[in-house]
Design a protein around this ligand. Sequence first.
Ligand code: NAD
Length: 358
Amino acid sequence: MAHRVTLIPGDGIGPEIVEASLPVIEASGATIEWEFCKAGLEVMEEHGTPLPEAVLASLRRNRVGLKGPLTTPIGKGIRSVNVALRKALELYACLRLCKSYPGVRSRYEGVDIIVVRENTEDLYAGVEFEAGSEQARQIAAMGGDKIRPESAISIKPISAVATHRIVKFAFDYAVANNRKKVTAITKANIMKFTDGLFFQVAGEVAKEYEGKVEYQEALIDAFCMQVVQRPENFDVLVLPNLYGDIVSDLCAGIVGGLGVAPGANIGEGCALFEPVHGSAPKYTGLNRTNPAAFILSAVMMLRYLRETEAADRLERAVAAVIAEGKSVTYDFKPTRDDPSAVGTKEMAAAILAKLQKE
Ligand code: NAD
């Protein structure tokens, strides 16, 4: 059966990575009909917004999307197109796979951590009050002598409903993917009501999975030290929004950086797959950046579509090219100007050649 997928090439390095990668994804064996949608800087002029309604309508219709990076326009109306997309489609779970591929330059090997980040609340809710504003003063007064009167203030909402939903997502992911342990991470010893609620709800959800998946709690500071010492001790992580944001990058760094970091934002019946990296404006049009994170995001998408064989085949081809180290982009090399590095197109072509040889 053909899968209809919304494809957003994005801007910056997005279009060149997408152009090089699509034939590779199509050679995996899954049948996909792409519905191309433009968003981002290139449609701003024409539509007056980087996120035209047609893009959202396509994603709502197809329920699955694959996307290149989108630049956040500085000083323009919309805060971030990426955040707006997640909000509009209620993509509440951010899923990042942090896996070691032999051949990637990293201090670690054998790491395989899944980061599940809550996407809709916490300090990311965008409820902020400027220093000196009337509202900030009123809230400061409520804090008594704990808040200086001229402080800027951000609100951190954590709800039982959103926590339940994200922790259940993490456990269901663990069960479906044969993972053994879920670790919930917060700073509940200090933020007793907000992070405390996250742990309380996570503990309740964990009981439903007793005997199937182990549950553990960790404090964010201790976790950061432990994960850089022994990343192999961790399996699936579940975190509120801000800690999740930071820990996603920490774990991506542990396995070798942005070139191999795929991700997804998932909601009820809708999922958008995308690499973790951004639009890297300084490399735009230069055929230099790594297509692997985008192709590995497509691997995640194929697994979501239950195209397991195609996903395995595609991942094996990416891993083989990285392990060989011959046709890889500059970011896999010791220096940025290493003359043996190849371009985006050449690396994608090498992955395609591996697929065709299987
Ligand atoms: P970035 O990820 O675009 O680039 C940072 C650096 O990482 C680059 O200069 C480059 O050295 C390296 N890099 C990134 N992708 C690479 C690749 N595929 N291969 C090799 N090297 C790569 O981050 P930034 O410079 O902070 O952001 C640029 C723009 O992208 C901003 O407007 C930002 O808002 C946006 N952004 C979008 C997304 C998204 O669409 N989901 C994510 C992050 C950033």
